[in-house]
Structures are given as C-alpha cells and as structure tokens.
Design a binder for this molecule. Structure first.
Ligand SMILES: Cc1cc2nc3c(=O)[nH]c(=O)nc-3n(C[C@H](O)[C@H](O)[C@H](O)COP(=O)(O)OP(=O)(O)OC[C@H]3O[C@@H](n4cnc5c(N)ncnc54)[C@H](O)[C@@H]3O)c2cc1C
Length: 276
C-alpha cells in the first residue's frame, strides 16, 4: 500500500462520512484489504469506534449494528432467536476463530464476496439494510433489492441490518465445504411457513455457485404446495435448471448442480418431518 498517507479513527458516523471519497477505503474488520488486489488507497477510515457495535431487540425485530463481529453474533442469545438460529449457524461456519473475532456483519455484505456466508441468510429472512449517505440521510433497502442492484456506494456507510423475528417459520442454512474452515463450495438458505401442511411464502437463496440470488422460479413452484404431495424430483430439476451454476477450479458445474439438488432435497424432507 505504497500510496497510503492517512489512517483515520473517527468517533462518530458523521465524522467517518466526512472523510469518504474515491481515494478512501473503509476498514471494519480489515480482513479484505489483506487480500484485495486494489492497494491504491490514500486514506483508510476505521469505523469500529463510531458506535455501530450493538445488537438491539425490539418488538418483532432485531437491529444489529454493522461493526458487530461474527463472534459477538454467535455469542448473542438475541441473535439465536432470529430465524430459529439460522444467523447463528451461518456465523459459526464462517472461516476460523481469529477471523470470526474481527469479521463484521457490514464487511460481510458490503462487497460481493462469493464465499460470504451472510448474504443468503439476509435474503431468506427478508432483512433490511440501513445505509447512511454523506448528507446523513438514511435509506432502508430490502435485502432482495440490495443484493440485486443496490449495494453500498462510495461515500456511504452501512449503519445496521434489521432482522424480523419469525419463530413460526422453518429455516435451514447449508455451507458445503471440504473442512469447516474451507471456503464454501456452495452456500444455500431456505425459509418458508408451513400452513396446515402447505408451503407458504418460500424464500430460497444460493451463492458461491452463482452470484448471490433468490431462486424465484422455484419459490413460485413451491408456493401453496402440500408437503405430503410434493414432487421433490420435479422441484430439484427446476432448481438445477433455474440457477445459472458456474464451475471453478474446485468443482465442475455438473457436480455443483448435483450438490444443489441434494442439499435442497434434504431441506424439504426436514421441513416435512418437522411439520413446521
Ligand atoms: C482467509 C479468509 C477466509 C475467509 N473465510 C470466510 C468464510 O468462510 N465465510 C465468510 O463469509 N467470510 C469469510 N472471510 C471473510 C470475507 O472474505 C471478508 O474478508 C469479510 O467478510 C470482510 O469483513 P470485514 O469486517 O473484515 O470487512 P473489511 O475487510 O474491513 O471491509 C470489506 C469491504 O467492505 C467495506 N465495508 C466494511 N464495512 C462497511 C460498512 N459498514 N459500510 C460500508 N462499507 C463497508 C470496506 O470498505 C471494504 O471494501 C474470509 C476471509 C479471509 C481473509
């Protein structure tokens, strides 16, 4: 980082915003800059002291500040109530202990990291992302919109993420990797209601094998279907053809499509068994 001239530690969100421009990079956990190809920044702004480290329970939702670390989320009994523990599980499967101690919620969703574990969780849980711009204006963006085309821009800071608490929903999260600390080969999350044995409002999100996305074709196919009469093979076939699976040096497209089907079949069978 030969061009680096300043390292700033602001004490408020307003102060942090005042330093942001094209030549500046925000540092939260700081884990990405170590591996980033872009080392041309003149100024780094550390946002870990601007008051965004919190987990707050409200009536039917939980607000998590963007600099809250993965370990802090794992240890929180409030976070365990979000999506029947789906956020806690996804956090537990991120990297290793030293990294979990510094990686932050905001840092995991600010850019597109194909191996990032949290975006699929935000998508299936209908989380909302609060972004603040240089004028101090707050924008609330649904996770679906955010990951489609509304990522945080230069001059903005992710302030917090709002998670609804829906304890009557069925949720599952899977990260397929060779070891627990390995980068993901496939990341997937599923959430839906079981109303009298039928699937209602299904949310399916995948990443790593494709750009993080919800799978609306399969969500439409599943809507209102009775679990006991579900043609799982048809669902799996539709899933494999609707996701634009890409291969990488770790595994082929065919292998990943196969894996996608197996993991989702397992989730649907568990939903049937649980009756929720
Ligand atoms: C060896 C290794 C293994 C890893 N394995 C996994 C894994 O298995 N699963 C997983 O999910 N992640 C994993 N990660 C972490 C992931 O790759 C990112 O590095 C991490 O999520 C970034 O979080 P951070 O808090 O360190 O953010 P930083 O590195 O500080 O920032 C990342 C980017 O986000 C921006 N940013 C950060 N916070 C905000 C904010 N509040 N508002 C606006 N912009 C912001 C920064 O400017 C920067 O561009 C791994 C990282 C490493 C180094």
């Amino acid at each position: 980082m030969k061009q680096l001239q300043e390292f700033i530690y602001p004490n408020s969100i307003e102060e942090a915003l005042s330093f942001l421009d094209e030549s500046t990079e925000i540092i939260a956990g700081g884990t990405h800059i170590t591996v980033s190809k872009n080392q041309s920044f003149k100024r780094l702004v550390d946002i870990t002291r601007i008051g965004l480290n919190y987990i707050k329970k409200e009536d039917h939702q939980v607000r998590i500040g963007s600099t809250t670390t993965v370990t802090e989320m794992i240890e929180s009994s409030i976070v365990r109530k979000i999506g029947n523990g789906i956020l806690t599980k996804a956090c537990q499967l991120i990297a290793d202990t030293p990294l979990r101690n510094i990686i932050t919620l905001g840092g995991n969703i600010a850019r597109y990291y194909p191996w990032a574990g949290l975006p699929v969780v935000l998508l299936v849980i209908d989380a909302e992302i609060i972004i603040v711009d240089k004028e101090g204006l707050e924008q609330t963006i649904s996770a679906t919109k955010y990951f489609k085309n509304a990522k945080v821009k230069t001059g903005e800071i992710i302030k917090e993420v709002v998670f609804p608490v829906q304890s009557d929903w069925f949720y599952r999260y899977e990260k397929f990797a060779l070891t627990t600390v390995d980068y993901s080969w496939l990341t997937m999350a599923f959430g839906a209601k079981n109303e009298g044995g039928s699937i209602v409002d299904p949310h399916i999100a995948v990443s790593r094998i494709t750009k993080v996305t919800r799978v609306s074709e399969v969500e439409k196919l599943l809507e209102g279907k009775e679990l006991s009469k579900l043609n799982i093979n048809e669902v799996i076939q539709t899933l494999r053809t609707s996701v634009n699976v890409v291969s990488d040096y770790r595994s082929s497209k065919e292998y990943r499509e196969h894996l996608l089907g197996i993991l989702f079949k397992r989730m649907l069978n568990e939903m049937k068994e649980e009756g929720k």
